[in-house]
Design a protein around this ligand. Structure first.
Ligand code: PSU
Ligand code: MN
Length: 311
């Protein structure tokens, strides 16, 4: 049963699907408003919903509009998020109450989308890459709230790993400390977003959606709080060369340093810089991997719904 909450506003389709125990996949909106340029962001947002439907699940893109958390967006809402530029707030856990109280328009990060999904009763969420421990965090203390959210909120997040703008080894260490299972989908290695490999192991490999669903069921039936990270590598044909990306990331980080960018602005800044440096190829890869994650998330949501029905 979906939760009732006066700040939550699911579409009738999503509300019905949740009541009937049908598979639903949550999608975030920061990637639309701050992760990709217009019009690719809008095209991608629409395409992700289609991919999820084609797999037999219901998509629910999440954002804050007019003082409410919207679970499932119509095309007009998607367009507002895609074209709003800097007027759209980037909302993580700390920003959610402010945006709601002020009636602002806000795009939810992985952390905030997890919170909203959990409140609505959605268990599977597809994104591109999660936030993590930034390079140099030992002096900047910049660790994304996405990691703390994974520690506390029971949602399965399907991602393509994390970009190596982050320190992936430290990110995995923090996830281990927080007790978050990091499952590799068809891989033993944590993928590095644009490339399939990072050289770092995942905690467990799963080759089928049913295995993932069984782990989710076991974790939550035990009352273990917190999420599960399913790391799904970018398709081989869309992957970019790791050494080339490393060089591009070096340039992007240096540029951020010169301009003194920090805090919540750093991730969007680096994404835009990478796109410029790679002549748009990082964006093409980003679109391909998110689509792939949406399809896998739909399969996991279906497998989990099947398990829940049998209980
Ligand atoms: N990484 C990406 N693309 C993105 C993001 C991260 O490759 O769009 C977004 C996600 O919404 C993620 C957020 O939750 O950035 C992390 O921001 P921060 O590091 O400020 O927590
Ligand atoms: Mn940060």
């Amino acid at each position: 049963m979906p939760a009732q909450h006066d700040r939550l506003c699911p579409t009738p389709e999503v509300a019905d699907a949740l009541t009937e125990g049908k598979p639903v996949v949550a999608l975030e909106s920061t990637v639309i408003s701050h992760g990709m340029p217009y019009p690719r962001n809008l095209e991608t947002a629409r395409a992700l919903e289609e991919v999820i439907r084609a797999e037999g699940a219901i998509p629910a893109t999440i954002a804050v509009l007019d003082g409410r958390i919207r679970i499932g967006l119509d095309d007009e809402a998607l367009e507002r998020l895609a074209t709003g530029g800097p007027s759209v707030m980037k909302l993580s856990r700390r920003d959610l109450p402010v945006a709601l109280a002020n009636g602002a328009i806000g795009a939810t990060t992985v952390a905030a989308t997890m919170i909203a999904a959990r409140l609505a009763g959605i268990t599977v969420f597809a994104t591109g890459g999660i936030g993590g421990v930034h390079r140099g965090a030992e002096t900047s203390f910049d660790v994304s709230a996405d990691l703390t959210e994974l520690a506390r909120t029971g949602v399965c997040v399907v991602c393509a790993g994390a970009k190596s703008i982050l320190d992936l080894a430290k990110t995995l260490e923090v996830l281990e400390t927080y007790g978050v299972p990091v499952l590799g989908y068809g891989t033993d290695e944590f993928p590095a977003f644009h490339s399939r490999r990072s050289g770092l192991p995942v905690s467990h490999r799963c080759d089928r959606a049913e295995e993932v669903a069984a782990i989710l069921e076991a974790k939550w039936s035990l009352g273990l709080e917190g999420g599960v990270l399913l790391a799904n590598p970018i398709p081989e044909e869309d992957a970019l060369d790791a050494a080339e990306m490393e060089e591009a990331i070096g340039h992007a980080l240096a540029e951020a340093g010169r301009q003194g960018i920090s805090g919540k602005a750093i991730t969007p800044f680096l994404l835009a810089a990478l796109e410029r440096i790679t002549g748009g190829r990082s964006l093409t890869a980003n679109v391909a991997l998110i689509r792939n994650n949406a399809a896998v998330a739909a399969r996991v949501a279906k497998a989990y719904a099947d398990l829940s029905r049998k209980k």
